[in-house]
Design a protein around this ligand. Structure first.
Ligand code: FES
Length: 184
């Protein structure tokens, strides 16, 4: 100790606690309490993330064949607005599980099904049979009848669904992911 050490103001060793006494156990308790809280928070974050990642394996993939009704209800040479129920709906989805889309039936009988969302920022587009165009009300995006981009800010044509006819029923592959597999 230096010459200036003041024994009167120095802390009393008896007041500082015994290292083998209650102080370490309080510290240990706080450490384990902190670790337990961290574990709880980690679990609260990890469970939904892991559930989301493994859900495709649990439910058979990201997309499922989804019915759009009897194929004959769609007249040849016309485009019709319809909707389907998201095959991965959860009980709390309510009406948001009802997903609109446009069905275009060619004069040959072939089908193209368009996602309703504009490829710019996702607003629902509207079909105008008078002009044979899809138009987006948000920023003026325009698409031709085949879904390809005609004008405005959208960077590409409308997204399309994979389609098939099974037992006379029109079906599309719909699900959790945007319909990126086909472009228009
Ligand atoms: S969202 Fe359709 S043009 Fe912007």
């Amino acid at each position: 100790m230096g010459e200036n050490f003041d024994y009167k103001t120095a802390p009393d060793p008896a007041m500082m606690g015994d290292p083998s006494g209650p102080e370490p156990s309080r510290r240990g308790f706080l450490f384990w309490l902190g670790a337990a809280l961290n574990a709880i928070v980690g679990l609260a974050i990890a469970v939904p993330v892991v559930g989301y990642i493994i859900s495709p394996w649990k439910s058979g993939g990201w997309q499922k064949w989804t019915p759009l009704g009897n194929a004959d209800k769609y007249p040849k040479g016309q485009t019709r607005l319809t909707s389907y129920v998201n095959p991965f709906r959860t009980p709390w989805d309510g009406y948001t599980a009802d997903t609109p889309c446009y069905v275009r039936r060619m004069p040959s009988g072939d089908f193209t099904v368009f996602a309703i969302n504009c490829t710019h920022l996702g607003c629902p587009v509207r079909w105008f049979p008078e002009s044979n165009l899809f138009m987006c009300p948000c920023h003026g995006g325009v698409y031709y009848a085949d879904g390809s981009h005609a004008a405005g800010p959208p960077p590409r044509g409308l997204y399309t669904y994979e389609t098939r006819i099974k037992n006379g029923e029109l079906q599309i592959k719909a699900g959790r992911l945007p319909t990126l597999q086909q472009s228009a």
